[in-house]
Structures are given as structure tokens and as C-alpha cells.
Design a protein. Structure first.
Length: 85
């Protein structure tokens, strides 16, 4: 697991108070919402704010492209990597 993916997993666990869950239990390629990790729209807002605060990335909730970036830990890591360049 690369370090950015692991950081994102830890951020998800801490931000959303997923007590008892470890980063290793979150599948990097699995969906964060719906059938995957089961996050909802409130979780998305909280996670978006945490990502903005930690990495300084600009997020647009209305963007269809942003939904693609929030699909999984893997897609989020790719988005953040691009934003930090």
C-alpha cells in the first residue's frame, strides 16, 4: 500500500469515526459509497473538508468529475497526487 493511500485510509477512519477499523480493512480499489465502504453524502462532505484541510485540494461537490475522484481510495489518491504537483 503506498503511503498516500494509507494516509487517506487513516483520514477516512479518523474523520468518520470508524472505530475498530484498520487501514488494511479498507480495499484501495473498492467503492467508498453504496455497496463498498457504505459511506453516504454526509460522510462525503466531512471527508471532502478533511481532504481540503490536510492537502489543500480544491473540491467541487457539483462536479461529475469529482464524483469519479471520490469513487475509491485509489482514485482519491490519484486526484490528490495530481493536485499536489
Amino acid at each position: 500500500m503506498d503511503s498516500l493511500s494509507k494516509e487517506i485510509k487513516i483520514l477516512i477512519i479518523e474523520t468518520l469515526n470508524l472505530e475498530g477499523m484498520t487501514p488494511e480493512e479498507i480495499d484501495t480499489e473498492a467503492a467508498l459509497f453504496g455497496e463498498g465502504l457504505g459511506l453516504d453524502s454526509i460522510d462525503a462532505l466531512e471527508l471532502g473538508l478533511a481532504l481540503k484541510n490536510k492537502y489543500g485540494v480544491v473540491l467541487s461537490a457539483e462536479s461529475e468529475e469529482m464524483r469519479k475522484h471520490f469513487y475509491s481510495v485509489e482514485t482519491l489518491a490519484g486526484f490528490i497526487s495530481e493536485q499536489l504537483k
